[in-house]
Design a protein around this ligand. Structure first.
Ligand code: HEM
Length: 195
Protein backbone atom coordinates (compact mmCIF):
# COMPACT_ATOMS: atom_id res chain seq x y z
CA UNK A 1 0.00 0.00 0.00
CA UNK A 2 1.35 3.41 -0.91
CA UNK A 3 1.51 6.08 1.81
CA UNK A 4 -1.04 8.89 1.99
CA UNK A 5 -0.37 11.76 -0.42
CA UNK A 6 1.27 14.82 1.15
CA UNK A 7 0.13 18.18 -0.32
CA UNK A 8 2.83 19.54 -2.62
CA UNK A 9 5.12 16.52 -2.34
CA UNK A 10 5.49 15.89 -6.07
CA UNK A 11 8.12 13.15 -6.07
CA UNK A 12 5.96 10.86 -8.21
CA UNK A 13 4.32 13.58 -10.29
CA UNK A 14 4.64 12.63 -13.98
CA UNK A 15 5.27 16.32 -14.77
CA UNK A 16 8.39 16.50 -12.60
CA UNK A 17 11.25 18.02 -14.64
CA UNK A 18 14.36 15.87 -15.06
CA UNK A 19 17.42 16.97 -13.08
CA UNK A 20 20.33 18.67 -14.87
CA UNK A 21 22.47 16.41 -12.67
CA UNK A 22 23.25 13.13 -14.44
CA UNK A 23 23.25 9.64 -12.95
CA UNK A 24 27.02 9.63 -13.59
CA UNK A 25 27.44 12.85 -11.55
CA UNK A 26 25.43 11.22 -8.78
CA UNK A 27 27.65 8.12 -8.81
CA UNK A 28 30.76 10.28 -8.40
CA UNK A 29 29.21 12.25 -5.55
CA UNK A 30 28.24 8.98 -3.86
CA UNK A 31 31.87 7.91 -4.19
CA UNK A 32 33.00 11.24 -2.68
CA UNK A 33 30.87 10.73 0.43
CA UNK A 34 31.78 7.00 0.58
CA UNK A 35 28.14 6.00 0.11
CA UNK A 36 27.73 2.35 -0.81
CA UNK A 37 25.41 -0.66 -0.56
CA UNK A 38 26.07 -1.06 3.17
CA UNK A 39 24.78 2.49 3.68
CA UNK A 40 21.65 1.70 1.67
CA UNK A 41 21.04 -1.24 3.96
CA UNK A 42 21.67 0.83 7.08
CA UNK A 43 19.24 3.48 5.79
CA UNK A 44 16.52 0.84 5.30
CA UNK A 45 16.95 -0.10 8.95
CA UNK A 46 16.99 3.59 9.94
CA UNK A 47 13.69 4.01 8.08
CA UNK A 48 12.14 1.30 10.22
CA UNK A 49 13.56 2.75 13.42
CA UNK A 50 12.54 6.33 12.61
CA UNK A 51 9.08 5.57 11.20
CA UNK A 52 7.39 5.59 14.61
CA UNK A 53 9.27 8.70 15.79
CA UNK A 54 8.87 11.17 12.92
CA UNK A 55 6.77 13.65 14.89
CA UNK A 56 9.29 13.71 17.73
CA UNK A 57 12.19 14.24 15.27
CA UNK A 58 10.29 17.12 13.68
CA UNK A 59 9.51 18.61 17.09
CA UNK A 60 13.27 18.78 17.70
CA UNK A 61 14.06 20.29 14.28
CA UNK A 62 11.20 22.77 14.40
CA UNK A 63 12.19 23.67 17.96
CA UNK A 64 15.67 24.39 16.68
CA UNK A 65 14.45 26.55 13.79
CA UNK A 66 11.86 28.26 15.98
CA UNK A 67 14.43 29.24 18.60
CA UNK A 68 16.67 30.93 16.02
CA UNK A 69 15.12 34.13 14.62
CA UNK A 70 17.56 34.13 11.69
CA UNK A 71 16.18 30.71 10.64
CA UNK A 72 12.46 31.11 11.37
CA UNK A 73 12.72 34.25 9.20
CA UNK A 74 12.58 31.98 6.14
CA UNK A 75 9.17 30.68 7.25
CA UNK A 76 7.96 34.23 7.91
CA UNK A 77 6.59 37.23 6.08
CA UNK A 78 9.20 39.79 5.00
CA UNK A 79 8.32 41.83 8.11
CA UNK A 80 9.06 38.84 10.35
CA UNK A 81 5.71 37.24 11.25
CA UNK A 82 5.93 33.40 11.20
CA UNK A 83 3.37 31.83 8.83
CA UNK A 84 1.79 28.89 10.70
CA UNK A 85 0.16 27.33 7.66
CA UNK A 86 3.48 27.40 5.76
CA UNK A 87 5.34 25.84 8.71
CA UNK A 88 2.73 23.10 8.99
CA UNK A 89 2.58 22.25 5.29
CA UNK A 90 6.37 22.07 4.97
CA UNK A 91 6.50 19.93 8.11
CA UNK A 92 4.32 17.29 6.44
CA UNK A 93 6.67 17.18 3.43
CA UNK A 94 9.69 17.08 5.71
CA UNK A 95 8.17 14.00 7.39
CA UNK A 96 7.84 12.24 4.05
CA UNK A 97 11.37 13.27 3.11
CA UNK A 98 12.83 11.55 6.19
CA UNK A 99 11.22 8.27 5.17
CA UNK A 100 12.11 8.71 1.49
CA UNK A 101 15.75 9.43 2.35
CA UNK A 102 15.82 6.06 4.10
CA UNK A 103 13.72 3.97 1.74
CA UNK A 104 13.72 5.29 -1.85
CA UNK A 105 16.16 4.14 -4.50
CA UNK A 106 18.42 7.07 -5.46
CA UNK A 107 17.43 6.84 -9.13
CA UNK A 108 16.69 9.45 -11.81
CA UNK A 109 13.27 10.28 -10.36
CA UNK A 110 14.80 10.79 -6.93
CA UNK A 111 17.44 12.97 -8.57
CA UNK A 112 14.70 15.00 -10.25
CA UNK A 113 12.97 15.55 -6.90
CA UNK A 114 16.27 16.62 -5.33
CA UNK A 115 16.43 19.38 -7.92
CA UNK A 116 12.85 20.35 -7.11
CA UNK A 117 13.67 20.53 -3.37
CA UNK A 118 16.73 22.65 -4.19
CA UNK A 119 14.64 25.06 -6.26
CA UNK A 120 12.06 25.30 -3.47
CA UNK A 121 14.78 26.74 -1.22
CA UNK A 122 15.61 29.39 -3.83
CA UNK A 123 14.04 32.28 -5.73
CA UNK A 124 12.56 30.29 -8.67
CA UNK A 125 10.28 28.10 -6.53
CA UNK A 126 10.31 29.10 -2.85
CA UNK A 127 6.77 29.79 -1.51
CA UNK A 128 5.02 28.58 -4.67
CA UNK A 129 3.90 25.17 -3.40
CA UNK A 130 2.13 26.66 -0.38
CA UNK A 131 1.27 30.09 -1.84
CA UNK A 132 3.20 31.49 1.11
CA UNK A 133 3.79 35.22 1.50
CA UNK A 134 7.35 34.64 2.73
CA UNK A 135 10.84 35.83 1.83
CA UNK A 136 11.98 34.55 -1.54
CA UNK A 137 15.32 32.82 -0.97
CA UNK A 138 17.30 30.86 1.63
CA UNK A 139 21.06 31.54 1.51
CA UNK A 140 23.18 28.52 0.66
CA UNK A 141 25.37 28.98 3.72
CA UNK A 142 22.45 28.17 6.01
CA UNK A 143 21.61 25.03 4.03
CA UNK A 144 25.18 23.79 4.38
CA UNK A 145 25.39 24.67 8.08
CA UNK A 146 22.11 22.83 8.70
CA UNK A 147 23.79 19.51 7.87
CA UNK A 148 25.14 19.49 11.40
CA UNK A 149 21.91 19.83 13.43
CA UNK A 150 19.99 17.56 11.03
CA UNK A 151 22.65 14.92 11.62
CA UNK A 152 23.56 15.33 15.28
CA UNK A 153 19.96 15.39 16.48
CA UNK A 154 19.01 12.14 14.71
CA UNK A 155 21.35 9.96 16.76
CA UNK A 156 19.19 9.45 19.87
CA UNK A 157 16.25 8.53 17.63
CA UNK A 158 18.36 5.95 15.78
CA UNK A 159 19.49 4.56 19.13
CA UNK A 160 15.92 4.23 20.43
CA UNK A 161 15.17 1.10 18.40
CA UNK A 162 17.18 -1.19 20.65
CA UNK A 163 19.92 -2.01 18.11
CA UNK A 164 23.52 -2.55 19.15
CA UNK A 165 26.10 0.25 19.04
CA UNK A 166 27.61 -0.94 15.78
CA UNK A 167 24.23 -0.92 14.00
CA UNK A 168 23.32 2.47 15.44
CA UNK A 169 26.63 3.88 14.25
CA UNK A 170 26.12 2.37 10.77
CA UNK A 171 22.69 4.03 10.57
CA UNK A 172 24.12 7.30 11.81
CA UNK A 173 26.99 7.33 9.29
CA UNK A 174 24.61 6.43 6.46
CA UNK A 175 22.23 9.24 7.46
CA UNK A 176 25.13 11.75 7.61
CA UNK A 177 26.27 10.69 4.13
CA UNK A 178 22.75 10.84 2.71
CA UNK A 179 22.16 14.36 4.03
CA UNK A 180 25.58 15.57 2.84
CA UNK A 181 24.94 14.02 -0.57
CA UNK A 182 21.58 15.77 -0.86
CA UNK A 183 22.95 19.15 0.15
CA UNK A 184 25.71 18.71 -2.46
CA UNK A 185 22.94 18.13 -5.03
CA UNK A 186 20.87 21.05 -3.72
CA UNK A 187 23.84 23.39 -4.25
CA UNK A 188 23.43 22.97 -8.02
CA UNK A 189 20.97 25.82 -8.65
CA UNK A 190 22.90 28.05 -6.26
CA UNK A 191 26.24 27.43 -7.94
CA UNK A 192 25.11 27.34 -11.57
CA UNK A 193 28.11 26.94 -13.85
CA UNK A 194 30.38 26.77 -10.79
CA UNK A 195 28.71 23.54 -9.67
C1 HEM B 1 11.59 22.88 2.57
C2 HEM B 1 14.98 19.80 4.09
C3 HEM B 1 17.80 23.56 5.18
C4 HEM B 1 13.84 26.28 5.16
C5 HEM B 1 12.27 21.72 2.85
C6 HEM B 1 11.81 20.39 2.55
C7 HEM B 1 12.76 19.54 2.99
C8 HEM B 1 13.83 20.31 3.56
C9 HEM B 1 12.74 18.02 2.90
C10 HEM B 1 10.49 20.04 1.86
C11 HEM B 1 10.76 19.84 0.39
C12 HEM B 1 9.47 19.61 -0.37
O1 HEM B 1 8.79 20.60 -0.71
O2 HEM B 1 9.14 18.44 -0.63
C13 HEM B 1 16.09 20.56 4.45
C14 HEM B 1 17.39 20.03 4.79
C15 HEM B 1 18.20 21.09 5.04
C16 HEM B 1 17.38 22.28 4.91
C17 HEM B 1 17.74 18.54 4.81
C18 HEM B 1 19.68 21.13 5.37
C19 HEM B 1 20.44 20.08 5.64
C20 HEM B 1 16.95 24.61 5.39
C21 HEM B 1 17.30 25.85 6.05
C22 HEM B 1 16.17 26.61 6.06
C23 HEM B 1 15.13 25.85 5.39
C24 HEM B 1 18.65 26.24 6.64
C25 HEM B 1 16.02 27.98 6.66
C26 HEM B 1 15.34 28.14 7.74
C27 HEM B 1 12.93 25.64 4.36
C28 HEM B 1 11.72 26.26 3.86
C29 HEM B 1 11.08 25.28 3.08
C30 HEM B 1 11.91 24.09 3.14
C31 HEM B 1 11.23 27.68 4.12
C32 HEM B 1 9.81 25.44 2.27
C33 HEM B 1 10.20 25.82 0.85
C34 HEM B 1 8.99 26.05 -0.05
O3 HEM B 1 8.51 27.21 -0.09
O4 HEM B 1 8.54 25.11 -0.70
N1 HEM B 1 13.49 21.64 3.46
N2 HEM B 1 16.13 21.92 4.53
N3 HEM B 1 15.64 24.64 5.00
N4 HEM B 1 13.01 24.36 3.91
FE1 HEM B 1 14.59 23.17 4.12
Amino acid sequence: TSPDPVPGYTHDDPGLAPSPVTAADLDLLKASVLFGPADEQALRLAGEVLSGQIDQVLDVWYGFVGSHPHLVAYFSTPDGTPIDDYLARVRARFARWIIDTCTRPYDERWLAYQQEIALRHTEPKKNQTDHADSVSHIPLRHIIAFIYPITATIKPFLAAGGHDDEQVDAMFQAWFKAVTLQVALWSQPYAGRGW
